[in-house]
Design a protein around this ligand. Sequence first.
Ligand SMILES: NC(=O)c1ccc[n+]([C@@H]2O[C@H](COP(=O)([O-])OP(=O)(O)OC[C@H]3O[C@@H](n4cnc5c(N)ncnc54)[C@H](OP(=O)(O)O)[C@@H]3O)[C@@H](O)[C@H]2O)c1
Length: 326
Amino acid sequence: MQAILCKEFGEPSILSLGEVPEPDIAPGMVKIQIHSAGLNFPDTLMIAGKYQSQPPFPFSPGMESAGIVAELGEGVTHLDIGDRVMANHGHGGLAEYVLAEADKTFRMPDNMPFDQAAGFTTTYGTTYHALVDRAEMKPGEVLLVHGAAGGVGLNAVELGKLLGATVIGTVGADEKKDIVKRYGADHVINYATENFRDVVKELTGGKGADVIYDPVGGDVFDQSMRCINWQGRLLVIGFASGRIAQLKTNLALLKGCSVVGVFWGSFAARSPDQNRANFETMFCWYADGKIKPHVSRHFPLEETADALEFILSRQSTGKVIVTVRE
Ligand SMILES: NC(=O)c1ccc[n+]([C@@H]2O[C@H](COP(=O)([O-])OP(=O)(O)OC[C@H]3O[C@@H](n4cnc5c(N)ncnc54)[C@H](OP(=O)(O)O)[C@@H]3O)[C@@H](O)[C@H]2O)c1
């Protein structure tokens, strides 16, 4: 089968298209014939050797995909061959076939196209878990979402509104404001040109945000600790800025606030039933037209490196999808 291969750590340009054997089915696993693969910022970290888990060389990146069930391993009972599924498999999605754990493979809602399904699991799974399980966000609270036009960020805006929050989004360029507003944000701040800390204080009558969703880190985390409300929750999602911030614990004391770690992949592995229930809720919302996954651009498999550069250059909004099979 054809696959994008990473043979050494580096920039997206080190990736190549190659021919490798199809994966063999194994107990508890699902073999999927991939139609679309969803890209994520962590794919860029994995090929650079900066991600928390690292497959041996050569490997195919691509942590999520959607396609058709081609084979089922022993013990897999919730799916049938031929089902349309979405899956989260850590890596291996930029290829014609992948093996996914049964617990992380879901039958797609009937009306969902492959491209939307391919980009669903990581960002929606993370965001639902963050807002509902970790922050226990309540209707009427103020949610501040950083990197609000990005993959996880846009989902946080959309799910935040659905959960009844007043949503403030931040973006790094004025062109990104429109999509964040369209997904329901009440206010959008360009944090490259405006001091978001002051604007958030002004918008909340001096109180600050109750829940802060932070996939950016660095200076954005530092300033967030200064515009969080009493007993607020700052969700540590990621470090797209490239800097892991150091927490000034006196600020946590003064605000009576919590800094809450979110690691969806580990949660999904430790609590598969709760994770599945989260997806069932979101699939109902999808069927009811309450959530609409946003794909900003499609690339063919052979242009995967360009697709990852598109994400790294901060041009993408929502999801970037690689089409493996039409
Ligand atoms: N905790 C978890 O379980 C989990 C799960 C999935 C992802 N993540 C993490 O969440 C973060 C975002 O992932 P994603 O797939 O949503 O990425 P993405 O689509 O690229 O979005 C990231 C956003 O961060 C902003 N950003 C600020 N500074 C940046 C910089 N120096 N370089 C690139 N982007 C920058 C960009 O928005 P502006 O240009 O508007 O500033 C961009 O839209 C990553 O750190 C990822 O590892 C965590």
